[in-house]
Design a protein. Structure first.
Length: 491
């Protein structure tokens, strides 16, 4: 059976102890947070970009959608490239590309150049981000990963919450009279530091099996996911024209051809873009569905909560970002304290507990907004935001370890790319479903009361997804295997 390779010349790069592993993971997290912050920071700068670059509405939309689309459709390919060429090497290529594209963004003189550079940023992020999960697979045993990946989730939430704050501060500072350009330039020193640290701290693992790329599979997955994701990104803003439905329908046969092609390669013993046997593993298949649902709830919740705080309650971007800190604190509590202690005892049972805590927080926040309307204070929402964050932490923390616990080490890159791609799709679905319901209901009301009622409808959609998640979760094994039960070929 294939295994992960650590080349002799790179053996020193593999972190030998807990302290060095923490530093190495911090390097990976810094790169991933750079990606997460970039998306939310750009949203704040859109009005400034419209004025400075004379950008139309379509260009502004593509500054966000172009990045998301390139990122989502190339994640599977990026994960597989790590298996073939080495996780650290592809990670470094992704960081380098992200830095270069960020520099082009900062120097752009018109909207067309900026949109093209944003697409390149998304493509580079698709190389960078899957390697982060693969590298953590190399550095941590299965029973250690839930805390690390849960902190990843908390960090993602923190980046989403503080991104608007950071963007607002940069725009207000107007460093050297550069306006919005430092929003992109900040990625260059951060990326350079990550590159230097990666050279000395990150292991250089790759599959020892046949190292071949799959051009046909790559073309099919890019085309299929583009046909699937593009209409989901563009549909709500364009009011779902006919082409969006045609693209969604066309994505099904293309993705079906991908499945047939990958199965044919497996029968011939030829490595493909996706390792088909992964989907026969119960934990992996069920974990993907649960990840899709969890990301949909989280993404839909973040957009609705942001709009309620800023437009419904009239808070500034700075104050709204600070108002979400109780939720971040709850995520850290759920991941680092509760999930770590409950997972060995409850096994799969920790997921319905997390769903219940999250549902309680959502219902409480909706009730508070309904009762106090536009007079709702931050402190009145804070306890419910802590509960929301705790529930998310209890779900997101263990879910990564559960999904990938049986994945063979030789295919960790492919598995990570598939998982990240599914999470991106879940995020888009959350905005399209929960976000669209919320925005539709807002149009039917005025002021804070309108936003409060719309938030209740959004919470109803999220609760429905949580019910589905609970039902799907019961298909998982009752408990996770202990470290002694995990075969040598699995990470």
């Amino acid at each position: 059976m294939d295994d992960v390779r650590i080349r002799p010349e790179d053996a020193a790069a593999a972190p030998p102890g807990p302290a060095r592993r923490i530093v190495a993971v911090s390097v990976v997290m810094a790169a991933v947070v750079m990606d997460l912050l970039d998306t939310s920071v750009v949203n704040v700068a859109l009005p400034t970009l419209r004025t400075d670059l004379h950008a139309g509405s379509a260009a502004l939309q593509w500054l966000v959608a172009g990045y998301s689309l390139a990122f989502a459709v190339l994640l599977v390919t990026g994960g597989r490239l790590g298996d073939v060429h080495g996780y650290r090497r592809v990670f470094a290529c992704g960081v380098t590309g992200f830095m270069a594209a960020s520099a082009v963004c900062a120097l752009a003189t018109d909207a067309g150049v900026l949109v093209a550079a944003r697409v390149l940023q998304g493509a580079a992020a698709a190389l960078m981000v899957p390697q982060a999960t693969s590298l953590i697979q190399l550095m941590y045993r299965p029973q250690e990963r839930s805390k690390v990946m849960g902190l990843f989730g908390a960090l993602a939430g923190l980046a989403a919450a503080l991104g608007p704050l950071l963007g607002g501060l940069i725009l207000r500072a107007d460093l050297l009279g550069a306006g919005w350009r430092p929003i992109f330039l900040v990625n260059v020193p951060v990326g350079a530091a990550a590159l230097v640290a990666a050279r000395y701290l990150l292991p250089s693992g790759a599959s020892t099996g046949p190292q071949r790329t799959d051009p046909r599979g790559t073309a099919l997955v890019v085309l299929g996911l583009t046909l699937l994701v593009l209409p989901l990104v563009e549909g709500p803003a364009e009011h779902w024209p006919a082409w969006t439905y045609l693209c969604l329908a066309a994505s099904l046969p293309v993705l079906g051809l991908l499945v047939l092609d990958q199965r044919a390669r497996e029968r011939r013993g030829v490595p493909g873009l996706v390792h088909v046997p992964l989907f026969r593993q119960r934990c992996f298949g069920i974990g993907l569905v649960l990840s899709l649902l969890a990301e949909a709830v989280m993404s839909g919740l973040m957009i609705t909560l942001t709009l309620v705080l800023q437009e419904g309650l009239g808070l500034s971007a700075f104050t709204a970002a600070l108002a979400t800190l109780p939720m971040i604190a709850g995520m850290v509590l759920g991941v680092a304290v509760l999930a770590e202690s409950l997972l060995p005892r409850l096994g799969r049972g920790v997921l319905p507990v997390g769903n219940a805590v999250l549902a309680t927080g959502l219902a409480g926040a909706a009730w508070t907004l309904h009762r106090f309307g536009e007079g709702t204070g931050v402190w009145e929402l804070a306890p419910w935001l802590v509960a929301i964050g705790t529930g998310l932490g209890l779900i997101m923390g263990p879910l990564f370890a559960i999904t990938l616990q049986n994945v063979d080490a030789a295919h960790v890159g492919s598995a990570s790319g598939v998982l990240e791609s599914v999470e991106q799709l879940g995020g888009v679905l959350g905005v399209v479903s929960i976000g669209t319901v919320f925005l539709h209901r807002v149009d039917g009301g005025d002021g804070g009361d309108g936003f409060a009622g719309a938030f209740g409808w959004g919470v109803g959609g999220a609760l429905a997804l949580l019910v589905v998640s609970c039902a799907v979760g019961f298909a998982l094994p009752r408990r996770l295997r202990t470290e002694s039960e995990i075969p040598a070929g699995a990470l």
